[in-house]
Design a protein around this ligand. Structure first.
Ligand SMILES: Nc1ncnc2c1ncn2[C@@H]1O[C@H](COP(=O)(O)OP(=O)(O)OP(=O)(O)O)[C@@H](O)[C@H]1O
Length: 673
């Protein structure tokens, strides 16, 4: 991240705050809307199943005392029949309840995942720059499942366990209240044991989740950079990185198992103490004739049934505590607000003509120390091509982010046909303003779907016309399945230039009145860049185009060029005017011409370079700013040889190619589609 980020602090880079389970539960409970009646049914089923068990135990006591002890078969049939009936009914109820519980649980997970995913998709670009992708993935997958344990299974489990425990306890008290009271004295031991372990289990589970996210991040980053890894033989370094994160996960995982196991064994011991107490007291009661064997066995059975829910309740506390660690990580993301939202009262203007006005815009990235744009103003009329250029870090891409309304300016306004962007519903605004970003974005889908996402529902004919206009049709039909060939972001099947032409076809199909092109030829080799220029021209025809670029080959065609530096416009004019002025643009242009040739024959022979010792005049940004360019950064050594008085070198700028073709608008109009 940039220096200013460090100065300003990072709004996303803090430890995940600890949240009590109750708060986490309240945060996600609203998502159970519509499912709550089913939760109630699940709960009723659980209660009925517990009632059936209770009745079965009482019947068992009856059978022991009347059929077994007295050896009477006649006393067997009636309670046995009732028992069987209750067991079958209980089984059906339990089956229905458990199946319904699984349905409710999965629906909740589905809903939660969509909710978080939808939220994440609205977050501003800097959120993704400051969060590791792998960590986000882990939050969207395993942490989402953890919340389910907290909200749905946790709730149903707690209610079922509480009611089962209550029934068995009431039945035990009903059988022998004094014996029950004696054993219940030991019940708090379960609670004490759970309490003793809960803090450590939460810590270890939090550490495990963080490590899990880190592992996914390392794997994701490493595979994403596989060429770098292999070319620089970074396998050991990457393995070490993975090992570090995996070791953290290993430690957390082993510790978690140890804690859970220690808790389990402790509970077993407590249970044994309780059972022995019951048998001891029971033996004494039978010896004094105050209790029958059937009663003692039934009592022991109730205890046997009572402990799992009591234990479950205590265990549930631990599970919920562990799940809270996942909830904290999700809440941290859900608390990040999107930087822009739909207007309360959207403007109802129709399709705009495409006049874009940036009026006195100042903008600073959230958490950044310095402003990225400072009082920026310019207007682009429908059909005009304006190039925004300038040195790296000047604020060019930030302009594109404001034009697409990824952010709102801190001061000033961006307007489309005189209407502030914040008054357009976001979906409509992005129909009117199309971005062709620097990195070619490809969906994991067919070529056809990749183009069609410019205008969902477009006919095959329209898709093909767009592909033809983007000079993509020919290579598409040569693909194994033509338009139905699957491509993906890492596809080696298409070259950078082909992917770019696919993106152009998509933009042509979208047919927006305003186009924002962010470095459309950057990263392409000379041949590929040349093949992209024609389709680009077709795309731009008749639209308001704002092209952000370092590559000044298209500059002669621009109606205006804005040179931006440190967030301000430092020069504006047409290509030839600016060259003639001999200021920042001229130096930029000259430095580019002296740099690596990147678009081959597109580069125009603008002047004969004659070495001259005259230093380039410094550009003054105003009070407090360094002269432009700062020594040694702007017009580097490559420019030294070509510095010369502006009037001499840029007086006559050719506007035709050597072969007589005019620069840029040299094409026949492309038929509209
Ligand atoms: N997400 C961000 N958070 C904080 N500062 C940022 C962020 N993105 C960019 N900046 C800063 O804002 C300034 C303008 O950045 P911007 O990306 O607009 O420059 P640029 O002119 O497009 O550069 P380049 O030509 O290298 O792409 C730079 O100082 C940059 O460090």
């Amino acid at each position: 991240m940039d220096e200013e980020m460090d100065e300003g602090g990072d709004e996303f880079e803090y430890d995940t705050p600890a949240i009590p389970a109750r708060t986490a539960f309240r945060c996600f409970w609203p998502l159970t809307r519509g499912l709550r009646k089913w939760l109630l049914v699940v709960w009723v089923c659980t209660v009925l199943a517990a009632l059936a068990e209770t009745e079965a135990i009482l019947l068992f006591s009856d059978l022991t005392d009347h059929a077994l002890q007295k050896g009477s078969l006649a006393a067997f049939w009636s309670p046995a029949g009732t028992w069987l009936g209750i067991a079958v009914a209980g089984a059906i109820v339990a089956y229905c309840g458990n199946s319904l519980a699984a349905w409710v649980t999965e629906r909740f997970v589905l809903r939660l995942r969509e909710h978080v995913f939808d939220h994440v998709q609205q977050l501003p670009p800097h959120f993704f720059q400051r969060h590791r992708q792998g960590d986000l993935l882990s939050r969207l997958t395993s942490d989402v499942e953890a919340i389910e344990t907290l909200v749905v299974s946790g709730l149903v489990g707690a209610a079922s366990a509480a009611f089962s425990a209550l029934f068995y306890a009431v039945a035990a008290f009903w059988l022998r209240w004094d014996l029950a009271a004696a054993t219940f004295v030991l019940a708090p031991l379960f609670w004490l044991a759970a309490r003793r372990f809960s803090g450590s289990i939460k810590d270890v589970s939090r550490a495990g989740r963080v490590a899990d996210g880190a592992i996914t991040s390392v794997v994701e980053e490493s595979l994403g950079n596989i060429v770098l890894t292999q070319a620089y033989d970074r396998r050991d370094a990457e393995r070490r990185r993975l090992r570090e994160e995996a070791s953290a996960w290993f430690r957390a995982s082993v510790r978690s198992t140890r804690l859970n196991e220690a808790y389990e064994q402790l509970v077993q011991v407590i249970e044994t103490v309780c059972v022995l107490a019951v048998i001891g007291i029971g033996a004494w009661e039978i010896s004094t004739g105050r209790m029958s064997l059937g009663q003692l066995l039934a009592f022991a059975a109730f205890l046997g049934y009572l402990y799992p829910p009591v234990r479950g309740l205590a265990q549930l506390g631990l599970t919920v505590t562990a799940a809270t660690a996942g909830a904290e990580r999700l809440i941290e993301i859900l608390d990040v607000r999107p930087s822009v939202t739909d207007p309360g009262r959207p403007s109802d203007t129709g399709r705009p003509d495409g006049t874009v006005e940036v009026r006195g815009v100042t903008f600073r990235y959230p958490g950044a120390g310095k402003t990225a744009l400072e009082n920026l103003s310019f207007t682009v009329s429908p059909g005009e091509l304006v190039i925004v250029t300038g040195p790296s870090g000047a604020g060019k891409s930030t302009v594109s982010k404001l034009l697409l309304r990824f952010y709102d300016p801190d001061a000033g306004e961006v307007l489309l046909d005189g209407v502030p962007l914040r008054d357009f519903p976001l979906a409509r605004l992005r129909e009117y303003v199309t971005l062709l970003p620097q990195e070619t974005l490809v969906l994991h889908d067919t070529v056809r779907a990749n183009i069609a996402c410019g205008r969902p529902g477009a006919s095959d004919r329209a898709i093909e016309q767009a592909a033809r206009a983007a000079d993509a049709h020919d290579f598409i039909v040569r693909l194994p399945d033509g338009y139905d060939t699957k491509v993906d972001p890492n596809s080696a099947r298409l070259s950078g230039g082909q992917l770019q032409r696919l993106a152009i076809a998509r933009a042509i199909l979208r047919d927006a009145p305003v186009l924002v092109l962010d470095e459309p030829t950057t990263g392409l080799d000379a041949m590929a860049a040349r093949r992209v220029v024609k389709p680009l021209r077709r795309l731009m025809t008749g639209r308001t185009t704002i092209m952000i670029t370092h590559d000044l080959n298209l500059a002669p065609d621009a109606d205006r060029i804005l040179v931006v530096d440190r967030g301000r416009i430092v020069e504006t004019g047409r290509h030839d005017e600016l060259l003639a002025r001999g200021g920042a643009y001229a130096r930029l242009y000259r430095s580019q011409n002296n740099a690596v040739m990147d678009t081959g024959e597109l580069r125009m022979p603008l002047w004969e370079e004659t070495p001259a010792p005259v230093p380039a005049p410094a550009y003054d940004h105003g009070p407090g700013c360094e002269p432009y360019p700062p020594a040694g950064t702007w017009a580097g050594p490559a420019c030294e040889s070509s510095r010369q008085p502006a009037s001499e070198s840029y007086g006559e700028v050719p506007s035709y190619l050597p072969d007589g073709r005019p620069l840029f608008r040299d094409e026949e109009a492309w038929p509209a589609i």
